[in-house]
Design a protein around this ligand. Structure first.
Ligand code: FE2
Ligand code: FE2
Length: 196
């Protein structure tokens, strides 16, 4: 088995591409923004994907682009967070909530590869669960525990999810956006899969 990822602070062309792609970076304080970009650059540089556009959201034919899903989730989560803050008298630290939204699927380039137009599982997919690998990477980059634990337990098949409000917001933003992706791929959205 090879190491799942390496931290990459040197790929300036990748940093530029990641900064142009990610929605919501302007909501983060400068040091957190730098770490968020480094996290995605590291996952990309450690993956077999040449371009950001090649990263699949899920395995299968003609997969939805992960880069679109990530921004779908960040936009939806920022909207939900604003709604919750206005209606429920709660407050979010953008350096926590927005970082969680942007980074929740940071390990997907490492667990989903690509063969032609088809997304495939990499060997790492069978070694560590989705979310846990991202949590490891984020812990190594010095993110706070709330970011690490929420990302590590966000997957729909995780044994449990975080009890913090950021985990609540991420869950619905993620599933809302994922069901759009499933529709685009001609698959049944999660909310219609009950009883199957
Ligand atoms: Fe995920
Ligand atoms: Fe997701």
């Amino acid at each position: 088995m090879t190491e799942p990822y390496h931290i990459d602070t040197t790929s300036n062309w990748r940093r530029q591409a990641v900064e142009e792609w990610l929605f919501g970076l302007d909501r983060l304080s400068p040091p957190v923004r730098e770490k968020v970009v480094t996290a995605w650059v590291s996952a990309w540089a450690s993956s077999g994907h040449e371009k950001l556009e090649d990263m699949p959201f899920s395995p299968g034919e003609q997969p939805y682009r992960l880069m679109d899903h990530v921004n779908d989730v960040t936009r939806a989560g920022i909207d939900l967070g604003a709604r919750a803050a206005a209606d429920w008298k709660v407050a979010f630290d953008p350096d926590v909530l927005v970082a969680i939204l942007i980074l929740h699927d940071v390990d997907k380039p490492l667990i989903y590869g690509r063969e032609g137009d088809t997304g495939v599982h990499t060997p790492l997919f069978y070694e560590l669960p989705h979310g846990v690998i991202g949590g490891m990477l984020l812990k190594e980059l010095g993110f706070p525990h709330t970011v690490v634990s929420t990302v590590a337990t966000h997957a729909t098949n995780a044994p449990f999810h975080g009890r913090n409000l950021e985990a609540h917001v991420l869950h619905y933003a993620d599933l809302f956006a994922a069901d759009h992706a499933f529709r685009q791929m001609g698959k049944t959205p999660l909310y219609l899969r009950h009883g199957k």
